[in-house]
Design a protein around this ligand. Sequence first.
Ligand SMILES: Nc1nc2c(ncn2[C@@H]2O[C@H](COP(=O)(O)OP(=O)(O)OP(=O)(O)O)[C@@H](O)[C@H]2O)c(=O)[nH]1
Ligand SMILES: [Mg+2]
Length: 416
Amino acid sequence: MKIKKYVAPSMRDALEKMKRDLGTGAVILGSRKISRGGLLDFLGREMFEVTATTEENVLLDRKKAPAGGGPNGSRISVTIGDDGPVTRPAAADFSSVIKSTLEQSGTPAPTAGAGGLSSGGSSNVHLLRQELKELKSAVGEMAEQIKYQKMPALPAMLKEIYKKLSGIELEERTAVELVQNLYGRYSEKEYGNRELVEKFLIDEISRMIRVVKPSPVREKAPLKIVFLGPSGVGKTTCLAKLATSKKFYGDRRVAMITADTYRVAATQQLGTFSEIADIPMEIVHSPRDLTRALKHHQDKEVILIDTAGGSQYNDKLISELKELLEAADPDEVQLVLSVNTKPKDMQHMIKRFKISQSTRLLLTKFDETLTFGSIVAVVRDSGVPLSYLTFGQEVPEDIELADPLKIARLVVNNVF
Ligand SMILES: Nc1nc2c(ncn2[C@@H]2O[C@H](COP(=O)(O)OP(=O)(O)OP(=O)(O)O)[C@@H](O)[C@H]2O)c(=O)[nH]1
Ligand SMILES: [Mg+2]
């Protein structure tokens, strides 16, 4: 009997190959996972092998073989239709097929009575069970492989880069996209060039990050900026940094307003800073209070408004923030988030706290983490532009404008 083997990075690919070659009348004789080194190896994963023949071959073989089969004359074959593998009664004596497969592959066929194959009923049931078990595991492997379908068998150098990108917590989708683009754009020799790859990755990642410049300070009406977000992320510190930094509003006529009256320490924190920096500060308890305070500071160039931090799941906080924003009618809403936060939580925080069209992301605590890959997808998917980054507790030094190239370099620096 003519038996063929199909090897591919996934079970589905191996089955596809077989289908293309043998058509829908293909009969699977066996399947297994194998390890292959070198270039065929996909990201260090195993390959899959399907051994198959055609139904015609099986029938031919059967004609040659002595009559027999299971107790009910039932025999099993697995054929591939358009909907994938199906088991059905067929005209093949499976044990003889297995025997001849083993003979062809040089493995001695087990003898009947030694726990091996026989034409007896119980061993057929055993075979059937075993085959079902293998099919079950093959389907599981296929599912496992589906997420890698988009990737071709990769040259070793690209595999290394992919692994490194995953190591810096870049979301899988982004890592795959980058490696695919690298693979598509350059020759093997070129993507072996470290500098070229580094530049490519920095350029690509920087294009994924959208930033926004600060709104210009106006002559007639003060620029109003609200800071909001989860607790402890650095909202008040950011406000203080922007109020005093000469790069930002340090030379402007600034007023500070805090609506964070939940914690006594919060008003004290800004109060102390107000005294040291000699910047006027107001405490407001309601949206109406806020309107009054804003009127009072009409002569200022910039008004910075602090709010209470809290959980994104706190509906009361979110609705109070909405009311404050209505009263403030701000030019900018700085949604402050720490880069230490888990990407999934970050995504949810953005969804909940993005209650204004003027929302921008202010990312803090870059000094407290080593890998920045995870923020790329969060920022990209959020559709909210980045405004500032902070990288320490020092006021006013540790803040700067968000720069896509700088962020991309931070991300990629951990790759090389
Ligand atoms: N390492 C580091 N610490 C920071 C940074 N920004 C702020 N912090 C610190 O984070 C802590 C909390 O800062 P706050 O400004 O009080 O945070 P907040 O968001 O106003 O907190 P709540 O008002 O309680 O919600 C303080 O110890 C800050 O010094 C940063 O970029 N890096
Ligand atoms: Mg605060």
